[in-house]
Design a protein around this ligand. Structure first.
Ligand SMILES: *Cc1c(COP(=O)(O)O)cnc(C)c1O
Length: 471
């Protein structure tokens, strides 16, 4: 693609950006020195920058553009809805067609026991809603002491005060006085780095049982809910052992604790089913949704609520003093509806389950043969590579965590591949409409970038083995 010539030059964009725009999750001094990448167009699985350079977007934006870029149907629906009713709220006894249609469409694809949705504009807001909702549920139930929410270290549940408190990111908690009270964390089911010599399944059960110990420690009469992503995304595509979820579910049921599945990444086809909860056969009380709900075309999220929770709140909860101006925003809702229609009518999720994900998983696992790779894991259309200077011992690097990952990430960008790094893990989450040929292209690109990274690391003396090593 040629440059879109009526736009300012990249340099001009970068200067204006540096002068006025504060970026999320960025060291601004550093960013303003290198200059932002200026992305101007998307088409299918590809992105184009302001200089016409083409990128293979293996991250679906931020895990969200499930149906790919450039679907004009969504643009048309948005324009039509803006012309008809650009905004009206859903407070004080009002509704409108897009939000009714979307609620019904979500209920149809959600697990059978979940039929009600509370809308927000993002995953963070939806998780803030969940915090208030589960506490309000237990208070209405007659158990107001059940307030504690248990989450996991290295979880990601959003960036607002409440949702970042639910999250288990140490760096986030170090700023702004987080976590808020009554949110506590247990360890994650991250076998590669924390499983040592245990086998996957024993390790999965052990990590799940930490939930039970924590509930007993603080008293089940004080615990409202447990929240977790079916597969941890931003933490580095951490896929739990098969033994993990059944044990978690058993514990939640046994101690009468609500289970919140944060489906913001796993939802809407990412794991080959509509929800990660379907893939892991779990029956949550609440599910957080956002991202793939609209394929990122509009900011919209929500909490899908089970019949059990919804009916108690309806009968005993009274008014829930909570809502966002944009809860169920008509344009966002119309676009999400159209996205769900496309996912259904084009059989995108079934083809991910039956054809595309199995092929991706098979090809991705071959990356284990690369001399810089300690593990190449994937499930559905989520994949991670653990970089290691000594793959057979799952060794970490001597350099500070993330040094090697960042170098590798920059090599990827240079080669036109958008693959993210989380410390020294490389992760992908490609659009669900990716083809087998494009998967081959992706694997070849990843392999090339790893080769280049290995060379650079050698020259820089960064291939020394660190302290974490399994012998
Ligand atoms: C991205 C994400 C969120 C937060 O969603 P936002 O729309 O960025 O607020 C919450 N949970 C998970 C699992 C996510 O990946």
């Amino acid at each position: 693609m040629n440059r879109i010539t009526n736009l300012p030059s990249t340099n001009e964009f970068q200067q204006m950006d540096a002068a006025h725009h504060i970026h999320p999750f960025s060291d601004m001094a550093e960013l303003n020195q290198t200059g932002s990448r200026v992305i101007v167009k998307g088409d299918g699985i590809f992105l184009y920058d302001n200089d016409g350079k083409k990128f293979f977007d293996a991250m679906s934006g931020l895990w969200c553009v499930n149906i790919g870029y450039g679907r004009q149907e969504l643009a048309k629906v948005a324009a039509k809805q803006m012309g008809e009713l650009p905004f009206y709220n859903t407070f004080f006894g009002t509704t409108h067609p897009p939000v009714v249609n979307l609620s019904k469409a979500i209920a149809e694809v959600a697990p059978a026991h979940m039929n009600h949705i509370f809308f927000s504009s993002s995953g963070s807001e939806a998780n803030d809603t969940n915090i208030r909702l589960v506490r309000h549920y237990w208070a209405s139930y007659g158990k107001p002491t059940k307030r504690i929410i248990i989450s996991r270290l290295n979880a990601y549940h959003g960036s607002s005060l409440g949702s970042a408190s639910l999250g288990g990111m140490k760096s986030m908690h170090s700023q702004g006085g987080l976590p808020v009270p009554n949110i506590i964390h247990i360890n994650q089911p991250y076998w590669y780095a924390e499983g040592g010599n245990m086998n996957h399944e024993d390790f999965g059960v052990m990590r799940a049982k930490e939930l039970e110990s924590k509930i007993i420690e603080v008293g089940p009469e004080n615990v409202a809910a447990f929240i977790a992503e079916p597969i941890q995304g931003a933490g580095g595509v951490i896929i739990p052992p098969q033994s993990y979820w059944p044990e978690i579910e058993r514990i939640c049921t046994n101690y009468n604790i609500l289970l919140i599945a944060d489906e913001v990444i796993c939802g809407f086809g990412r794991t080959g089913n509509w929800f990660g909860s379907d893939t892991f056969s779990i029956k949550p009380d609440l599910m957080t949704i956002a991202k793939g709900l609209s394929s990122g075309y509009q900011p919209i999220g929500g909490s899908i609520v089970s019949d059990k929770v919804a009916s108690l709140l309806e009968n005993q909860g009274g008014e829930f003093y909570h809502g966002y101006t944009y809860s169920g925003h008509p344009v966002a809702a119309a676009v999400a509806c159209e996205n769900i229609r496309i996912l259904k009518e084009e059989n995108i999720i079934a083809s991910v389950r039956d054809r595309i994900a199995p092929y991706f998983n098979q090809q991705w696992s071959k990356l284990t043969e690369h001399p810089l790779v300690g593990e190449a894991r994937s499930l559905g259309m989520l994949g991670a590579i653990e970089l290691s200077p000594e793959p057979k011992s799952r060794a970490s690097f001597e350099a500070p965590e993330g040094t090697v990952g960042l170098i590798t990430r920059n090599i990827c960008i240079k080669n036109g591949l958008i693959m993210r790094h989380v410390y020294d893990k490389m992760i992908v989450s490609p659009p669900l409409i990716i083809t087998e040929n494009q998967i081959d292209m992706l694997i070849a690109l990843v392999w090339k970038c790893l080769d280049e990274s290995k060379k650079v690391l050698k020259v820089k003396g960064l291939l020394n083995i660190g302290s974490r090593r399994v012998t």
